[in-house]
Design a protein around this ligand. Structure first.
Ligand SMILES: [Zn+2]
Length: 180
């Protein structure tokens, strides 16, 4: 079975996926990396998405997917965890933990990656017009979330900061995984 993790930008998807992978032992796949392209999953073409999707292992955690309603339809084989939006300030604060690879144009969490996992280059901080961009992405995300919640295999997660570990334990019990 696959577990898909999605949610608003900078809400902690990657960190949550990383912890979930450690607890369940399921391999962690970053969908943007799976695309093997510089595009974000939200901007990739249907063809690229379907190709990358078809190469996913049968049992894994997929971080950062789905990003659109049509992508969500591909995920009917598994469970979609949606980390819910709570406030803009947390997202802005989390964005400070983000690092950016100028070569791959990809964003990572400094708590997980010290170097770019794709090109092993140095990670930098993104230029700080970020709040504007984040506001726009949150708005787009909320539209997507509304559609997503109509699907049956969707579970909402309210990830209060610093409660991640406790929450993950509950998730693990709920879905009957064994702690490694
Ligand atoms: Zn890179």
């Amino acid at each position: 079975m696959r577990i898909y993790i999605t949610g608003p930008p900078a809400i902690g998807k990657t960190f949550f996926s990383f912890l979930l992978s450690k607890i369940t032992g399921l391999p962690l796949i970053n969908f943007s990396l799976q695309l093997k392209k510089k595009e974000r999953a939200a901007l990739a073409s249907n063809y690229e998405v379907k190709k990358a999707f078809s190469q996913l292992p049968a049992f894994c955690i997929v971080d950062g997917f789905p990003r659109t309603a049509s992508q969500a339809k591909l995920c009917s084989d598994g469970i979609i965890f949606v980390i819910t939006y709570y406030d803009k300030e947390t997202i802005f604060k989390n964005a400070l933990n983000r690092r950016f690879c100028p070569r791959c144009l990809e964003t990572y969490n400094k708590r997980i990656h010290k170097k770019c996992p794709r090109c092993h280059g140095k990670l930098g901080i993104r230029a700080d017009d970020d709040k504007q961009i984040l506001r726009k992405r949150i708005k787009n995300y909320l539209k997507f979330e509304k559609q997503l919640l109509k699907q049956q295999n969707v579970f909402l997660i309210n990830l209060i900061p610093k409660n991640e570990q406790m929450f993950l334990r509950k998730v693990v019990l709920l879905f009957g995984f064994c702690k490694k």
